[in-house]
Design a protein around this ligand. Structure first.
Ligand SMILES: [Zn+2]
Length: 391
């Protein structure tokens, strides 16, 4: 390995694990002690790494842990949780430093919604302590993406959003690269990095949001399908005579299990003047409120039907349910496990671990920063040489 790649490999090994010792980096990268030691020295000197405590050891001197210096670079994470637009500033340790959130008019022209995203991003960049150290952005989109041109082709919840050239607009407005990805895939990347228990096995991440998306990891890689649409669990039909869905069909899973469905279910049980948003229902459920528990349990029953379809299709090692609904995870998971025990006959499929994520919606921001870091520093995107070798 030559000078540049070995420095990047050392840095990326640390980013992947949040913190690592010299001998752990040698194990991961296969590089010699002298090379790792020299690269660590340079990366600390250049301000990309800091010494961050010690690894516990059974005897002798405790080995030093190295972590990215959080101030050395920043990322913008954008999460389109239609109709909410959510932007955040994150540092090089993927700590969320500042956030902004606003609803858009889903019927507006795509350009108008994009303007709103650009405006929110601009405010975030202006308020950041080091605007010049913002390395790039990623945006999570619940719709069809043209990855080659970095164009957001369509978002079903935004009917007038068509062929939006996000990359061109970001490069021209802010001079930073932007990476496009499905919103639930970003959540899965964020959760996976946060948990640090990736053993390379297959897992499915189900993002419970305004809709329901799924990110499928096979051999550690995200499976996207022919057009990147292998994620639309929410539009699997569970009741042919059911309620109309905005996609044009009837009885899609998300008409029964999604944040709007939860809000509707609660509204039907509450007095006509009262209205609760999904997050308040989750918190009320956690406090033991009967009505909220009922709403979440019913949602769990329908979600379980969608999960059974996934079990039959993928026979995965693990399914992780993510999104803000994890605030009500006890009631949700109890119901999900109950229905699966009732309906799934195969003992092998019943053995799949179905758990809640550790992160809520913030997983999308962390995944966004992670993706941008991987592409910019890890792959040396668009620079010919990587940032780490700038001097
Ligand atoms: Zn639908």
């Amino acid at each position: 390995m030559t000078e540049g790649p070995s420095k990047t490999a050392v840095f990326q090994a640390i980013v992947e694990r949040k913190a690592a010792t010299q001998s752990e980096i040698m194990d991961i990268t296969g590089l010699s002690r002298s090379i790792v030691s020299s690269k660590l020295g340079q990366l600390c000197e250049d301000g990309f790494l800091t010494e961050n405590g010690y690894r516990d050891s059974s005897g002798g001197r405790k080995p030093t842990l190295f972590s990215p210096n959080p101030e050395a670079g920043f990322f913008i994470g954008i999460d389109v949780k239609a109709p909410l637009l959510r932007v955040a500033l994150l540092d090089l340790r993927f700590n969320i430093r500042e956030t902004r959130e606003a609803a858009c008019d889903p019927r507006a022209q795509g350009e108008v919604i994009l303007d709103q995203i650009v405006h929110m991003t601009n405010k975030l960049i202006r308020s950041s302590p080091e605007p010049k150290r913002i390395l790039g952005a990623s945006i999570g989109l619940p719709g069809l993406i043209d990855y080659t041109r970095s164009v957001s082709v369509a978002i079903e919840r935004f009917p007038a959003w068509r062929d939006i050239p996000i990359k061109d607009v970001f490069v021209n407005t802010f001079g930073i690269p932007v990476f496009l990805e499905n919103d639930v895939a970003l959540m899965a990347l964020g959760e996976n990095w946060h948990r640090q228990d990736n053993d390379g096995k297959d897992f499915l991440y189900v993002g419970f949001r305004t809709g329901i998306g799924v990110a499928t990891f096979i051999d550690g890689k995200l499976y996207k399908g022919v057009d990147g649409l292998a994620n639309m669990l929410g539009h699997s039909i569970v009741d042919m005579r059911g309620k109309p869905c905005y996609c044009g069909n009837r009885g899609c899973l998300e008409t029964l299990a999604s944040e709007p469905a939860i809000e509707e279910r609660a509204a039907a049980l509450l007095s006509p003047k009262k209205k609760m948003i999904a997050r308040d229902i989750y918190d009320a459920c956690r406090r033991g409120d009967d009505l909220a528990r009922k709403v979440i349990a019913e949602t769990g029953r329908y979600l379980a039907i969608g999960l059974i379809n996934l079990l039959c299709l993928f026979n995965p090692h693990q399914i992780i349910i993510g999104g803000d609904i994890i605030r009500a995870k006890d009631v949700l998971l109890e119901e999900v496990h109950k229905i699966i025990a009732e309906l799934v006959r195969s003992p092998s499929l019943r053995n799949t671990s179905i758990t809640s994520a550790q992160l809520g919606d913030e997983a999308a921001w962390i995944g966004a920063a992670y993706l941008a870091e991987q592409r910019i520093i890890g792959d040396g995107y668009d620079q010919g040489h990587t940032l780490l070798n700038r001097r």
